[in-house]
Design a protein around this ligand. Structure first.
Ligand SMILES: NC(=O)c1ccc[n+]([C@@H]2O[C@H](COP(=O)([O-])OP(=O)(O)OC[C@H]3O[C@@H](n4cnc5c(N)ncnc54)[C@H](O)[C@@H]3O)[C@@H](O)[C@H]2O)c1
Length: 444
């Protein structure tokens, strides 16, 4: 926890309870005999969907208090305030402007659960305000913003956890351990797939009036001004380039991250070969692709990504997953299970490795959140720092750029932070922020 928080608690713990501005519920925090210096005060920015679920995981940890929540939709803000009060006996202060929230000196850490186009600004501002950050994946909505965010976390020396919670999931950690100890021999290929119905987008809807209680201009923020459309709002914004990257960045960063991790390939991809199209006949509202096949060639193995929005079936009976194909066997993993499928040794007439089946996957969000809170206290680096989020984001943003400009092969120079000989692709490295918002500049 940062020093000002510790000092603040020592000096004013009772008076803060008296004025009732904070959430420190006697039952949940002080009553558990947790020293004020061991408590962590958090705030949530973006409360409708996943951010709120991550907040709940935080509040299940003794000594974590919800001090404030922020949203540009007053309806969401009121609904979530009531739920926090009912379920956790805490009464967070409400904010509609995250910059005001960040001025609140009692906050140690913020969770960023806003659409992807907001992550960069809010994370950098939070770092500048001295807060630690749990930022949802993908790290950002562009290659260039991701780099700025890595620089910000380093420069301001903040603890930042990216919400790629599969890094804390047993059904991925254990297969990676098995791979490293040679269980399936040399890996020749990693097949990764993700087929989800929602990947085609929502049923088309006309533009309409802005719902009461919504500050839509603040929802758009740095993105281009446009009339309100419910499909470009809560939940389904992810199918429009200004705010998200479709299924490719939604599930891509999660699953590709595990492939990158297992193969000890934690660098930006040099070359990406992409086939992106819209093959579904469903009439849906989106800009992003519903079908993508992507190859990430490395010298001794290839990572392959396949996705089909509008489809729920997939290899090994799984809508999504990873298959690590080794010389002795294949490991197939998803969030609930992993299995080892041995290769057959024709000379010895026996399997080349043992088969194995683990089907009791556990929740991983709570482990990921606990890791973050432990690191906030210890100042150690969490399991998914911004650089890991940046690499995973690159694996998703490069194929999307490929599809958007119609160039199937793109080569990326991570040192120079630009594409090799492709000005059109370079144009999409960074978004153009709408005034008055400006891309943050991090001192060198
Ligand atoms: N880790 C995971 O498994 C996982 C799962 C789902 C979503 N996510 C990520 O969580 C994030 C949120 O996704 P979602 O589906 O919950 O979106 P959502 O649309 O349901 O919720 C986003 C909320 O942010 C609010 N918001 C928008 N602009 C804001 C601003 N300037 N200030 C404050 N609040 C603002 C919106 O009003 C809304 O309440 C995305 O980055 C998404 O990729 C991660």
């Amino acid at each position: 926890m940062h020093h000002s928080r510790r000092k603040f608690i020592q000096k004013t713990s009772l008076s803060t309870l008296a004025i009732g501005a904070f959430s420190i519920g006697p039952k949940l925090a002080w009553g558990k005999n947790i020293a004020p210096s061991d408590q962590v005060n958090i705030a949530l920015i973006g409360c409708n969907g996943h951010g709120f679920s991550i907040l709940k995981h935080h509040l299940n940890i003794p000594g974590v208090n919800c001090v404030a929540i922020c949203d540009v939709d007053q309806n969401v803000l009121d609904r979530r305030t009531k739920e926090i009060l009912d379920q956790y006996s805490q009464h967070p202060a409400q904010y509609t402007d995250f910059r005001k929230l960040l001025e609140n000196k009692t906050i140690d850490a913020v969770i960023i659960g806003t659409p992807d186009h907001w992550h960069c600004l809010q994370m950098v501002y939070a770092c500048q305000a001295g807060k630690d950050v749990y930022v949802e994946k993908p790290l950002s909505n562009s290659i260039g913003e991701s780099k700025i965010m890595v620089d910000a976390a380093n420069y301001y020396n903040r603890v930042v956890q990216v919400g790629q919670q599969q890094r804390s999931g047993y059904t991925f950690i254990e297969p990676i351990r098995l791979i490293k100890e040679g269980k399936i021999g040399k890996i020749r290929k990693v097949n990764i797939w993700s087929n989800f119905n929602y990947g085609t987008g929502a049923i088309p809807a006309e533009d309409s009036a802005i719902p009461k209680g919504v500050d839509y201009d603040f929802w758009l923020g740095p993105a281009a001004e446009r009339p309100f459309n419910k499909n470009r709002f809560h939940g389904s914004w992810r199918h429009f380039w200004d705010y998200g990257g479709g299924l490719m960045s939604d599930w891509g960063v999660h699953l590709l991250d595990i492939g990158i991790w297992a193969m000890a390939a934690p660098k930006a991809p040099n070359k990406v070969i992409t086939q992106a199209s819209n093959s579904s006949t469903d009439i849906r509202h989106r800009e992003t692709f519903d079908s993508m096949s992507v190859l990430y060639p490395h010298d001794e193995f290839t990572i392959q990504w396949d996705m089909l929005g509008g489809i729920q079936q997939g290899p090994y009976g799984k809508a999504y997953g990873l298959a690590f194909i080794g010389e002795k066997g294949t490991i197939v993993a998803d969030r609930r299970s992993f299995e080892v499928y041995p290769e057959w040794d024709n000379d010895k007439k026996e399997p080349k490795t043992e088969s194995l089946s683990y089907l009791e996957g556990k929740e991983s969000h709570n482990v990921h959140v606990e890791d973050f809170i432990n690191c906030v206290k210890s100042r150690k680096t969490p399991i998914c720092p911004p650089e890991i989020g940046r690499i995973a984001a690159l694996y998703a943003h490069i194929p999307n750029i490929s599809g958007r400009i119609g160039e199937s092969v793109l080569e990326w120079d991570d040192q120079l932070q630009k594409f090799k000989n492709n000005k059109m692709a370079d144009e999409l490295i960074l978004p153009r922020y709408r005034s008055p918002w400006e891309l943050p500049k991090i001192p060198k």
